[in-house]
Design a protein around this ligand. Sequence first.
Ligand code: SF4
Length: 283
Amino acid sequence: MSAVQTDSDFIIFNGVRFMAETAKILNPSKKVLIADKTAGCSLADDFGAEDVRILKEKYPGVPVMIYINSYADAKAECDVCCTSANAEKIAMAMPGNELIFVPDLFFAQNLENVLEGQKKILYPGKENSAKGAVCEVHEKFTLEDIIAIRESFGIGKNHPKRMMYVHWECKPEVLQEADYYGSTAQIRNDIAKRVEGGNLEKAFIASECELTSNLMEEFPSVEFATACSVRCNHMAKISLNKIQPILEAIDSGADLSKWEVVLSESTIQRASKPIQKMLSLSS
Ligand code: SF4
């Protein structure tokens, strides 16, 4: 969202490709540059516009909500977008008793469980032939892992000062074992609130390792359990040393096509609708 407010003609996006595409959709007149165009995301890479069309044919008239972790051509087929922080709110704000949610199969099942009795969540593979996707990082956590981590690090269930945090993209049985589940920002904010109130001494985060590393720096009073090997290879492709050549190319007026995110005008127009809808429903 900060990218929308900038006056600069260039946006250098320090994140994976679906994020840079989103910045381009929101800033069609600006040049959006990404340090490495091959920095993907298993959720976006394994799901396309055709999969949305299969679901729309199967469930005519049912609105489609797409996770922000998707490419522009898939977004262009959908009614509304969501992030992990606002999925519940946006789902409930959409009309009707049913909602198609794509592409994250685990997130969809978690939402289905949380919204049971309030909204029916339909998703790829659930009585249909559409193909969904999962986050290759969060899918690594199993229920057995979480139980073993609780035991080895002394993070007992319902302990007042020890917390097992789980991201929405984890498997349903892992989410159900959590003391708290949410988006990266929600997890960070819960930690901050607990630290301020003196209510957190130990925590484990079932998410990407770099998140725990950052939280360790931000909250040194908390003992974070970590034996981390769960890393996102896509995010790892974006590094500061790849930014320098972009800055030099801008300064010298060199060709920027190697880094530029290019989307057709019609894709931008169609993909901006679900994003704008999300922004209007979440404000
Ligand atoms: S951790 Fe990596 S694969 Fe998983 S959602 Fe994030 S970018 Fe995609």
